[in-house]
Design a protein around this ligand. Structure first.
Ligand code: 3PG
Ligand code: MG
Length: 390
């Protein structure tokens, strides 16, 4: 898929203003007594560092654009990228200037006078409605900021927004960064040439959110383990009792689970559901045994969704024990989704996994579609077809 997409390595960056679209949509703490918030999981920032450092080393004026949260076209202090600027600066070990907006004369002037080898972080792209609407006017304003466009926002590549979909169509030079390249390498290997058997471990709360992904996975995998609150919908279909106090599944989720079980039976794909739970908030020891003895011969494992409410220490055991077991397997191990990556990191075994994706929705959509709009649009041949060039 990446065959006709240029890499940042293919471009001459020296002395140029390089607009780096990154996904710095990271979780933040509640404000402290002085109203300051901090980044609570910096995975998306650390994963983007190789691209940022490369552009700096090549002597580019690095201009970073990102969104944070869903401010819906309005400025707000809660959605400011200030905590991100601080984190990025400490990780890079150099100053990061935070602009007070992302487009306009003032920003263009800042870039004109920007030093080569320095970083300017633009404020939240979603403070402008034009970002999510992929408005041509907003695209034109963004295009004034860059001589070169580099997308490394894998986590946002499923969105057809101005900075991910419109801008690459007008940019004269465009490429992907090292993070997108790495994501495509591992997800491609997992989906296109998985070492068999290939198993999926799925958790989370709603079956309806994942049904399309499960449909697509069923064409590839040799079995699926299902945990998390989502498992209750499967229990409801199987006639098992859902523990009191646990969230009861919605009828739409039960219907989705019924469809999945029916399709899986037709395709002879085993679907493993929990054998026991810890008050309905975690998988119990019998389930850990059931899942691990099933997964032990895996060649490839894709894990999306925690198996329990791992943020509460009393309900983290099931997820952590399965993580420990999977970590030790000689299989290709790929994890997708912000919560899942946090859970695997907290388990203490994340360094034994091959790839912790920075995408949540983007990974699921990549599995469903086999591509993502924000990546497809970087393909060289697209340039001539751009509606923005008409
Ligand atoms: C994400 O975290 O899912 C990406 O940053 C995209 O954000 P969105 O779901 O608000 O579009
Ligand atoms: Mg999302």
């Amino acid at each position: 898929m990446a065959a006709n997409i240029k890499s940042i390595r293919d471009l001459e960056l020296s002395g140029k203003s390089v607009f780096l679209r990154l996904d710095f949509n990271v979780p933040l703490s509640d404000p402290d007594s002085e109203g300051q918030r901090t980044v609570t999981d910096d995975s998306r920032i650390t994963e983007a560092l190789p691209t940022v450092k490369y552009a700096l080393e090549k002597g580019a004026k690095v201009v970073i654009g990102s969104h944070l949260g869903r401010p819906d076209g309005k400025r707000s202090s809660e959605s400011s990228l200030e905590p991100v600027a601080e984190k990025l600066s400490s990780l890079l070990g150099q100053e990061v200037t935070l602009a007070d907006d992302c487009v306009g004369d003032g920003i263009e002037m800042m870039i004109r006078t920007q030093k080569h080898g320095s970083v300017l972080l633009l404020e939240n792209l979603r403070w402008h409605k034009g970002e999510e609407e992929n408005d041509p006017d907003f695209v034109r304003q963004l295009s004034k900021l860059c001589e070169i466009y580099v997308n490394d926002a894998f986590g946002t590549a499923h969105r057809k927004h101005a900075s991910t979909y419109g801008l690459p169509q007008v940019a004269t030079q465009k490429a992907m960064g090292f993070l997108i390249e790495k994501e495509l390498k591992f997800l491609g290997q997992m989906l296109n040439e998985p070492k068999k058997p290939f198993y999926a471990v799925l958790g989370g709360s709603k079956v309806t959110d994942k049904i399309k992904t499960i449909d697509a996975l069923m064409l590839k995998v040799n079995g699926i383990c299902i945990g998390g609150a989502m498992a209750h919908a499967f229990w409801a279909v199987q006639g098992d009792t859902i523990p009191e106090g646990a969230k009861q599944p919605k009828p739409a989720d039960v219907e989705a689970a019924r469809t999945i079980l029916r399709d899986a039976k037709k395709r002879e794909i085993p679907i493993l559901t929990p054998a026991d739970t810890n008050l309905g908030f975690d998988v119990g020891p019998k389930t850990v045994e059931r899942f691990t003895s099933f997964l032990k011969d895996a060649g490839t494992i894709f894990w999306n969704g925690p198996l329990g409410w791992f943020e509460k220490p009393e309900y983290a055991k099931g997820t952590f024990e399965v993580a420990k077991f999977v970590a030790a397997l000689p299989a290709l191990k790929v994890v997708g989704g912000g919560d899942t990556v946090s859970a695997i990191k907290q388990s203490g075994f994340s360094d034994r996994f091959d790839h912790l994706s920075t995408g949540g929705g983007a990974v699921l959509e990549y599995i469903e579609q086999g591509s993502l709009p924000g990546i497809d649009i970087l393909k060289v041949y697209r340039q001539a077809q751009s509606p923005y060039l008409a």
